[in-house]
Every structure is written in C-alpha cells, then in structure tokens.
Design a protein around this ligand. Sequence first.
Ligand SMILES: Nc1nc(=O)c2c([nH]1)NC[C@@H]1CN(c3ccc(C(=O)N[C@@H](CCC(=O)O)C(=O)O)cc3)C=[N+]21
Length: 287
Amino acid sequence: MAVLDGKQIAREIREKLATEIQDLKQEGIVPGLAVILVGDHPASRSYVLAKERTCKELGMHSVLTELPESISENELLQYIQAFNNDEQIDGILVQLPLPSHISESKVIETILPEKDVDGFHPINIGRMHAGDEQAFIPCTPLGILEMVKQTGEDISGKHVVVVGRSNLVGKPVGQLFLQENATVTFCHSRTKNLCEQTLQADILIAAVGKPNLITEDMVKAGAVVIDVGVNRKEDGKLCGDVDYEAIKPKAKHITPVPGGVGPMTITMLMNNTVLASKWRKQLKEVH
Ligand SMILES: Nc1nc(=O)c2c([nH]1)NC[C@@H]1CN(c3ccc(C(=O)N[C@@H](CCC(=O)O)C(=O)O)cc3)C=[N+]21
C-alpha cells in the first residue's frame, strides 16, 4: 500500500510551473486569472482564497471579485464580459455552485472558451471528447490523471470504475481515462449492485459526496483508489467518500482526504491558466 500524497505531487508540479512562468515573464507575459465568487459560502471562500494565494506564490497575476448573493444574472454576466475583454486576464473561473436565481449554464457559456480554464464550456467539453489537444480539461480530472500517472501504473487496458456522474468530475474523468485507453464504467445512484461493479476496478474513482460510500468489501485487492469526495463532518473536519483506514491495507495506492485530490485541483487550475496564456499568445501571433 502506498499513499498518494497530493500535496507533494502538487508541489513538484508547481515548481515546474513557477519556472515556466519566469520564462514567460522574460517575454513580457504574465499569466492572469480572474476568480469570481458570488455570495459568502464559507467553504467556497476558503477554496477561492487558496487559489489566490497559489497564483501569488507562482508569480501570476490574479484578480478576485467577490459579489453579493443578491446580484442579478445580468450584472454577473457583465463582470464576465469585462474579463473576456481584459488583455491581462487569461483565465476566468466562476466558483460553483451559484445562487438558484442564476443560470450556471448561461454563466459558463458567457466565458470565452479560450479563457475557460475550468473546462466547463460546451466548446471545451466537445473538444475534449473529440480528443482535441487545445481543449481545457477540468482541473479535478486532470489532477486525478496526473496522480495515477505518478504511480507508474500503466493505464492502457485497465478497468476504471467511476462512481458519480457530475459534469464537474465524474463525466469528464471517465472520458479522460477513456482517452488513455482504459475501459471505463460509470456508476451512479441508480446503478444496481454497485459492489459488483466496483470490485472490477483496477482504478476506482469515487466522486459522489457521501462519506463511507466505498467500503472495504467493495474494493479489489491491489486496486488504485482515488477519493474525490469533499464532505464536511460534524466536527468541521473534511472527509472523502472512501473508508480510508479500512481500505488502505488492501489498495495498492490510495489518496487521502484532505491532502489528496484537492491540492492537485488547485495546481491544475494554475497549469490551465499558464496554458491559456500560451495559447492566447499563439493566437495573437497568427492574426
Ligand atoms: N468553478 C469551480 N471550479 C472548481 O474547481 C470548483 C468549484 N467551482 N466549486 C467547488 C469545487 C471544489 N473544489 C476544491 C478545490 C480544492 C480543494 C482543496 O484544496 N482541498 C484541500 C483541503 C481544503 C480544506 O481543508 O478545506 C484538500 O483536500 O487537501 C477542495 C475542493 C474546486 N471546485
């Protein structure tokens, strides 16, 4: 059994990104990220502040816009349009979820695809499904793929079982592993006999948001177990979807929560923002 240390892997990737950002600065380019937070959900606020802090650490430009819960959809769209037209901004992220009076799809579709570093715009989803290289891949799936690659395990031909089918994680992560030539099974709340499916997994990805959904009897010995759950316990502590202590001895590799997928997500956002600045520069050179 080996614990996949997301913090450590994230640190190594950030070091490479910092060097890349220094090189871009020599050419007069500073990658810039705009983060928009609507309302004052405490957990969302803490993620958004962590994103800001990481940008600063890496020498990137970052702008945080905090807007009241009561803001109208139109006003929010105007902020996005301003960042679309802002030459200093390469990436735009609107923290989800949004208040119920605002349409998430309208918000996402207003972001220019070339600035959609979350990879949630239909253009980027389509490009990713088509295997286009110039697609932004959502940060959590990208972070998961990086972690699995770090184990040195061959992904090609392996059976990946994804539990959860959200647009943010489940659907794109399955697609990403399919592109790596894995055989992929998607499971969800209507799946009959979940255990039967998860026991087939060489790589098991749990992304539901339910503590202890994955118990020891559901995991094949020697599997790679990736826990994407972000659940807040009554004592305020964070836990995942996987019964970590019980499964740890059985798994070949397992990610903890916290300290697993979470830190990778933020790092991949930085990675996507650097990519966005490079792609935008290429576009400018062509025109
Ligand atoms: N537009 C948008 N893009 C997102 O990528 C997005 C979002 N909205 N809304 C919410 C989810 C959730 N998410 C996390 C990021 C980092 C940690 C993270 O760093 N977690 C730390 C612990 C943090 C703590 O202790 O609170 C860890 O797991 O070690 C967790 C969750 C990004 N999301």
